[in-house]
Structure formats: structure tokens, C-alpha cells
Design a protein around this ligand. Structure first.
Ligand SMILES: *[C@@H]1O[C@H](CO)[C@@H](O)[C@H](O)[C@H]1NC(C)=O
Length: 289
């Protein structure tokens, strides 16, 4: 028997996988920093640079309303103190929604801080910060946002680090009607980022570089007032729709607890000094979940 069909099948599935892996030329626009932001390897790699004159940034061409969005990022290595790499989803305007990852650099050997926040209807003040269980500058790691109607889950290498539940029934607004773009930028924030601004950027180490690859959006694209998920034909095109009702099972809850107990360095939900009138309502409802 000929081996042709098997080989053809293999090639077709490989081509399809490549097609869904995303291409930075197709999916993003460079919006800041001129030549400091570069798309390389035929669209498979993007780098942001920061030098003394400027940082750089990019944003997605598409707007999304719910989905799962994955990006692999390798952060500024060595002495990255004073630098901030932001990676977030945001809608527009004064009452915008936002889902943030922010990586605060540090001296060589000292840990990065991963800062997270959720803004709904323009209101945030929901910071949680973590150190990571690996060195995020040595290799690419996957940072994901699952955003469905019930909750937002932040994941690092598929491990949930934070969950923001939809508690609209108790009066906490939840991002659910404003489409968001993906944004990322690398900039200098040595007035506050590292040890509260005590450690300054060492410009002799510039340019500083963060790298991105393997962007993947299993997400509803918003265009001309319509969601691609509302039409049957395109929502069937999802590679994987498990995000739509994704929550945490027992294993997920265990991992979240592990991260929050061992790696969380700040939690607004336990900062009663900051909220003398009482902790925000979502904190009372659900310590972890
Ligand atoms: C930098 O390292 C110090 C010392 O380990 C740590 O306290 C701090 O949280 C780290 N991150 C930042 C952003 O300052």
C-alpha cells in the first residue's frame, strides 16, 4: 500500500497548525518606538526594545470580546531594573475595561515582579503581585488570559495564578460588553518600578529587549458592531472552544492555591490598611475563587 495518504494527512494537519499559530504581521501593528519594535523571522517573532530615548510597543489589529489569548514572552534579561514590560487587554474611553499583566524588572539575580490588575468600567485598584517559580528571562513562557462570561483567569504556563469572578449580582461590574485590543509595551519606569523607584535603570546595559512569539487567539473578534461568535459558521471555526465555560477543577484550584500561597507578594484583598472602609466586595465573596 502507498504511504502517500498518511504523508499528505500529516502535511495538511501541519499546515493547519501553522495557520492558526498567528503571524505578527497579520495580527499586530507597531504603534510606538519606530525601529525599536521589530517583527522578525517572517512574522514568527516580535521584539521590543528600550533605549535611553524611547521604549516601544504594539497593539492587535483585532478587537476581541471574550476568548482565550496566549502569548509566549521572554523578558529583558540581566539587569532589567527600572524597566516595565506591560502586556494587557484594554477597551477605550474613561469607563474602559482592562486585564493587565505587567512585568517589573529587577537587578540581575533578583526576581521579576508580575503585577496583575482588572479594571471594570474604569475602576481598578485590584492589584495582585507575584514572583515567578522560574526565571522569565531565560526562556519563553506562556502568559494567557481566559475571559468568558463567568470569570477571567490569568495563567502562566497554563497554571492559574488569579481568578476574577463575575460577581455582577453583588454589584461588582464585570468586563462583558466592551471589546478589547491586546497591547504590549516596554518602557522605562525607574521612578517607581524597582523597589519603589530606589533602583534606577542602568543605561550602559541598553538597549533592553523583550521577545514575543506563538501568539494565539481562540477568541471572538468584534467588528462592525458584531461578534464573530454570534455567527454559527465562524464560531465553528474555533480550534478549541473549551475556554467558553472554563473554570477551575479541583486540580486547578490546588495549583492556584499553591501559587497564591508561595508566590503572591501583594494582594489588595488582604490590604485592609488601604481600604479602611472595608475590603472591596469581591474580596469577601471569594478569597481564592
Ligand atoms: C526585586 O528584588 C527584591 C529583592 O529580592 C524584591 O524585594 C522585589 O520584590 C523585586 N522586584 C521589584 C520589582 O522590585
Amino acid at each position: 500500500m502507498s504511504k502517500m495518504p498518511l504523508i499528505t494527512l500529516f502535511m495538511v494537519s501541519w499546515l493547519m497548525a501553522a495557520a492558526t499559530a498567528g503571524n505578527f504581521y497579520q495580527d499586530f501593528d507597531i504603534t510606538w518606538g519606530d525601529h525599536r519594535a521589530q517583527i522578525l523571522n517572517g512574522g514568527q517573532l516580535l521584539t521590543l526594545n528600550l533605549d535611553k530615548a524611547s521604549g516601544s510597543g504594539f497593539q492587535s489589529k483585532n478587537e476581541y470580546l471574550f476568548g482565550r489569548i496566549d502569548m509566549q514572552i521572554k523578558l529583558v534579561p540581566g539587569n532589567s531594573a527600572g524597566t516595565v514590560t506591560a502586556y494587557y487587554l484594554s477597551s477605550q474611553g474613561p469607563t474602559h475595561d482592562e486585564i493587565d499583566f505587567e512585568f517589573l524588572g529587577n537587578l540581575s539575580g533578583d526576581p521579576y515582579t508580575l503585577h496583575t490588575n482588572v479594571l471594570s468600567q474604569g475602576k481598578g485598584n485590584r492589584e495582585q503581585q507575584f514572583h515567578l517559580w522560574f526565571d522569565p528571562t531565560k526562556a519563553f513562557h506562556t502568559y494567557s488570559i481566559v475571559w468568558n462570561k463567568q470569570r477571567i483567569i490569568f495563567l502562566v504556563d497554563n497554571i492559574p495564578i488569579r481568578v476574577f469572578n463575575n460577581l455582577e449580582s453583588t454589584g461588582v461590574p464585570f468586563p462583558k460588553s466592551q471589546p478589547m485590543r491586546i497591547y504590549s509595551s516596554l518602557w522605562n519606569a525607574d521612578d517607581w518600578a524597582t523597589r519603589g523607584g530606589l533602583v534606577k535603570t542602568d543605561w550602559t546595559k541598553a538597549p533592553f529587549t523583550a521577545s514575543y512569539r506563538n501568539f494565539k487567539a481562540n477568541a471572538c473578534v468584534w467588528s462592525a458592531g458584531k461578534s464573530s461568535c454570534d455567527s454559527k459558521s465562524t464560531s465553528a471555526a474555533f480550534e478549541d472552544a473549551t475556554w467558553q465555560d472554563q473554570g477551575l477543577d479541583a486540580a486547578g484550584r490546588n495549583r492556584l492555591r499553591w501559587v497564591q500561597q508561595k508566590y503572591m507578594v501583594y494582594n489588595y484583598c488582604t490590604d485592609s490598611k488601604r481600604f479602611p472602609q472595608g475590603l472591596p466586595p469581591e474580596c469577601k465573596r471569594s478569597r481564592f475563587l
